[in-house]
Design a protein around this ligand. Sequence first.
Ligand code: FES
Length: 230
Amino acid sequence: MSSDIDRPPITPQQYEILHGGGAEAAEIARQRLSRRRFLRRSMLAVWGISAASAVAGALYMLYPTLGGQFGSEQTVGKLADFPAAKPEQMELNVKGIFYIPAARTYLVHLDKDTEYLQKGEKLKNLFNLQNIVPASDGSHWIALYQRCVHLGCTVPFRNDCVSFKCPCHGSHYNVDGEFLDGPAPRSLDRFALSLKGEEIVVNTGVINANVQHPDEGTRIIAKPNKDCSA
Ligand code: FES
């Protein structure tokens, strides 16, 4: 079925020729057909470009550039910005443990004189399995995800307990994220961390959610000796 767009107006002269038939009529009809095809193709092209633009816009909204945002690699600071501490001496944002809101991360810097419960190759393997990264000065770094592995509340670090205690249902984790007690099914999750020159890079798109409840043979850091019941 033809539309008004398919049928451009013709001049009175053309009307006469068309109704008279012959070669001239055929030529005019051919030109009208060509124009109709041209208009139809133009409309399809415009529609196609509009649809492609709409899809591209939707994809951009769904998958924004993640560079430097949560879900991607983030440079969180320089080594010197985060002084190390032994576990029992850690103080939030002062020494040993630092909250990085943009990365939703607690950055833990364990002093080189930290006493570990495991030794030698076994300790090295546990460090590898738990994303605990050694530095050239003998200290170690961890990037703990702030999210409680029980039901997802944000877990605060409590200076009074020298540990993490979830306010929702009481899950309790040591300074290195190791499970202590409560309903959490495993230790805190941690991100991939790397030291690049003087900078600390946390990849918040790569998460290790496989650190299970420690036992005597796998616990790395002694339980804090402070009461944390409140
Ligand atoms: S969400 Fe943290 S203990 Fe339940």
